[in-house]
Design a binder for this molecule. Structure first.
Ligand SMILES: C[S@@+](CC[C@H](N)C(=O)[O-])C[C@H]1O[C@@H](n2cnc3c(N)ncnc32)[C@H](O)[C@@H]1O
Length: 398
């Protein structure tokens, strides 16, 4: 298993803290390590001063790629708002807003539709630095945008629409390894002076239970990453909802059979640094991103236990096509055919958001509803037409 030798130069403050905790308490579950590496308020990845999301950061997200994503989301939120109590403004809560592009684009679309007055946009962001960046991003587009930040999920209560993009995949996962006919959990220990991944006891019984629920027959040595923190987050979100409400969740992952498939023997954990995928989760502690897939079946079961209905998951591509994103691509392609190079570049980004060969099938969308006797049919989750190929778009056919 990978090891990380102690740097002879500057000691990494987070690594020092982790080593001390291991010295005091013994091997640390990987989930605890990931939580500290990403979310330590001072030294964690999301607190670092350098950009995280975007071309200058370590990874791109859909809202960072193109505003067409936020505009499509607005169309879904607008439909949801129409199904709620029309006599009061709809409170939208975004959790984990990154660099703030999705909030900016949803708000701009609401304004363009003449509905700015009917939306109250709240953001719950744990990183102080990102909060500041979000405020700057939104103010640069709309100085008086109706947006406010809350210090806890509970402070946003009662919320009618919750939106999240790539939030849950940023939560810590339990890494399990199948050895001698049983699941063990991967811990971080210090061996020969280096941080090392070692098998240890399972610390959250919900993790192997989630894999068993998927009917997976694990192979010897198979690793799975189980995000039980996502289920905990859903419980907290449910506690903040109004009597009638929606939760719109977009993330990596999918049905459990896919997430824990033996065809992915090394699990779904991925590390990103400066736009490149890197392999060692113990390297650059607090400086590289760690992320893993979300088990949407676990979320649906958790939702059911909370009295919420679930719709989906559907692939992001189908969701966006249903919400009219292809029309933006068609218009850009028409301009590109007339020699507009900027439109051509934009077209590539918009297409990447929904194309099955790009982000359209890597991300999934799930909606939970509360307070509807029959879960409403939503435009984004309807069966989607097959989109035109890129070549068809450029040729003006399809
Ligand atoms: C991968 S980034 C996604 C950012 C943004 N949604 C996007 O798509 O560009 C994860 C975001 O979630 C935030 N975050 C992670 N855990 C959180 C929590 N428990 N509460 C609030 N925000 C959280 C991070 O600080 C960061 O803004």
């Amino acid at each position: 298993m990978p090891t990380s030798p102690q740097s002879p130069e500057q000691p990494n403050p987070l690594e020092t803290l982790i080593r001390r905790e291991i010295a005091r308490q013994g091997p640390m579950p990987f989930a605890r390590f990931m939580d500290l590496a990403l979310h330590h308020p001072e030294h964690g990845y999301y607190a670092k001063p350098e950009p995280v999301v975007g071309t200058e950061g370590d990874f791109l997200t859909s809202p960072a790629l193109h505003p067409a994503f936020g505009r499509a989301l607005w169309r879904q939120i607008d439909e949801m708002a129409g199904l709620l109590d029309a006599s009061k403004p709809v409170t939208v809560l975004e959790i984990g807003a990154g660099a703030g592009q999705m909030a900016r684009d949803i708000l701009a679309a609401a304004r363009a539709a003449g509905k700015a007055g009917s939306v109250r946009y709240l953001i719950r962001e744990q990183s102080r630095r990102l909060r500041q960046q979000q405020a700057e991003t939104i103010a640069a587009s709309w100085a008086d945008a109706p947006v406010a930040w809350v210090d806890s999920l509970e402070a946003a209560r009662p919320v009618q629409v919750v939106v999240m993009n790539e939030l849950m995949s940023a939560l810590p996962v339990h890494r399990l390894i199948y050895e001698d006919g049983a699941w063990r959990e991967i811990h971080v220990d210090v061996r020969d002076g280096a941080l090392t991944l070692v098998p240890g006891p399972v610390t959250d019984p919900r993790a192997p239970a989630a894999v068993a629920q998927a009917g997976i027959e694990p192979r010897p040595g198979q690793v799975v990453d189980v995000n039980t923190a996502a289920a905990d987050m859903l419980v907290r979100i449910a506690g903040c909802l109004d009597e009638r409400a929606f939760i719109l969740n977009i993330d990596y992952g999918g049905p459990a059979q896919l997430v824990y498939s033996p065809a992915r023997p090394q699990g779904s954990l991925r590390c990103y640094y400066k736009q490149a995928r890197v392999s060692d989760p113990l390297a650059r502690i607090g400086r590289q991103d760690l992320t893993a897939d979300v088990d949407f079946d676990l979320l649906a079961r958790t939702a059911a236990s909370l009295g919420l209905a679930s719709l989906g998951p559907v692939p992001q591509g189908a969701f966006l096509v249903n919400l009219g994103i292809e029309q933006e691509a068609v218009e850009l392609a028409a301009r590109a055919r007339r020699g507009d190079l900027a439109a051509d570049l934009e077209l590539q980004k918009v297409y990447a958001l929904y194309a099955p060969e790009a982000l359209g099938r890597s991300f999934w969308v799930m909606v939970h509803t509360r307070g509807f006797p029959q879960p409403p049919r939503l435009r984004g989750l309807a069966p989607a037409p097959v989109p035109r190929t890129y070549v068809d778009l450029l040729l003006g056919g399809g």
